[in-house]
Write a protein of this length. Structure first.
Length: 179
């Protein structure tokens, strides 16, 4: 049986977060037996089945005013209402990634390390509310992903997949007849 990982992300305009999501998925797929679903929540809500069936999660967002983007927040809100999906997530591994840009003087204060930290921590906090466990330091990338950021995104995905595979190997096996 394939192990499933859901890469849930919000990406707009320059699609930098989408690029990181694809690279995280690439890293996940480098581990044998992994199946990855890229779930773009920018303009629509996904089926909760993809969440319920996943064995691990990666969450990505641009930094909007020191917080995650609205599409990802709406995803978490929908998840909270779907208690059956929420219960199926407890104990599963997750990672997070964030992109941010720049702007004029008004944006300068938002782009301090503390502000970026608040944005990625907002994702991590909500993931922990669902009983998920972070398995790697979150990735934060400014603008279009550099070669180094792309390498880190692939490594982040591989790290997640390694943890998912290890959890799957150590989980008790069901005998025939569901016993």
């Amino acid at each position: 049986m394939k192990v499933r990982i859901a890469v849930v992300f919000h990406s707009q305009e320059k699609r930098n977060t989408q690029r990181l999501a694809s690279l995280v998925a690439e890293g996940c797929c480098s581990v044998d037996g992994m199946s990855v679903s890229l779930v773009d929540v920018s303009n629509s809500s996904p089926s909760m089945d993809c969440v319920r069936e996943a064995d691990g999660y990666a969450f990505g967002s641009p930094n909007y005013f020191s917080y995650m983007a609205g599409g990802l927040k709406a995803f978490f809100d929908g998840l909270w209402l779907a208690s059956n999906a929420r219960q199926s997530m407890v104990g599963k591994p997750f990672v997070a990634f964030l992109t941010y840009g720049g702007g004029g003087n008004s944006a300068r204060a938002l782009l301090t390390p503390g502000a970026r930290g608040r944005a990625v921590r907002s994702i991590e906090r909500l993931a922990r509310k669902f009983g998920l466990r972070r398995v790697a330091k979150s990735l934060v990338c400014r603008g279009h992903p550099s070669d180094a950021s792309m390498d880190r995104a692939i490594k982040l995905g591989k790290t997640l997949a390694d943890h998912v595979a290890a959890a799957r190997r150590s989980a008790p096996r069901m005998r025939a007849g569901g016993q």
